[in-house]
Ligand binder design. Structure first.
Ligand code: ATP
Length: 224
């Protein structure tokens, strides 16, 4: 398999209030262009796993390879750059900068990466805003558009550096069913048409059922 992400023997412990193994030898591959849902009961370890996969938490045993790079063991500086270049994040709450314009919010990660000119970045941002049906709102403050629009802006921001992998932690958790479908369809198309890999933790059974594959977690393990 042409794996976009491989996790091998991932274990993690929390030590407060007492030592507790939250992830137990978790291992799986996700193929390039696959759209995967991670599901499981509250407390089964989904968010903890996603946090490791996204390289935000480095305190674990095992190894994670993303896009051919073994990210386990990289320094914080290396990880920060790797994330900005290869991983797009979409959370339940969008974390846009409310006082900044929609356009500035989308452009920011690309300006930070510094690989393209401001003009090129702006053109790319406008293309994404058009694709996500938010064109015409680009000059508004992020706080002045609807919740569904804000989530689409957050997706545009996640896509600006053309990440190979998009990770979502309850990406539709704050949306009504109409906007949930809009966001699902965007992910579906990104995976199918652009070969981007999507990994989303979700409590939404319908969302999960329509993904290419469901990874179910039970008590820190993946169901075979
Ligand atoms: N920082 C922490 N310190 C100690 N225990 C933690 C910490 N973070 C999470 N846990 C515990 O680890 C377990 C897994 O938590 P996690 O948030 O990964 O579950 P989840 O499956 O994402 O749950 P939910 O669906 O409710 O978001 C839970 O029992 C939780 O209480």
């Amino acid at each position: 398999m042409n794996a976009a992400l491989s996790a091998r023997g991932i274990s993690k412990y929390f030590h407060e209030p007492e030592t507790f193994q939250v992830l137990k030898e978790v291992g799986f591959d996700v193929a390039k262009g696959e759209f995967v849902a991670i599901v499981g009961k509250s407390g089964s370890g989904k968010s903890t796993l996603l946090y490791l996969l996204s390289t935000m938490d480095t305190d674990y045993q095992g190894s994670i390879t993303i896009n051919g790079t073994i990210v386990t063991g990289l320094s914080q500086n290396q990880l920060s750059r790797f994330r900005n270049e290869h991983i797009g994040f979409v959370f339940q709450f969008h974390y846009l900068l409310p006082e900044f314009s929609v356009l500035d919010n989308v452009m920011l990660p690309a300006l930070k990466l510094g690989k393209k000119s401001k003009e090129q970045i702006e053109a790319k941002a406008m293309e994404l805003l058009a694709m996500l049906d938010i064109k015409g709102h680009e000059s508004k403050k992020a706080s002045k558009i609807s919740g569904g629009q804000q989530q689409r802006v957050a997706i545009a921001r996640a896509l600006i550096n053309e990440p190979a992998i998009i990770m979502g932690d309850e990406p539709t958790g704050n949306l009504d069913s109409k906007n949930t479908k809009v966001v699902f369809d965007i992910f579906r198309e990104l995976a199918r048409e652009r070969g981007q890999t999507i990994i989303a933790v979700t409590h939404d059974d319908e969302f999960a059922a329509n993904c290419d594959r469901i990874i179910e977690m039970v008590d820190g393990k993946i169901m075979p």
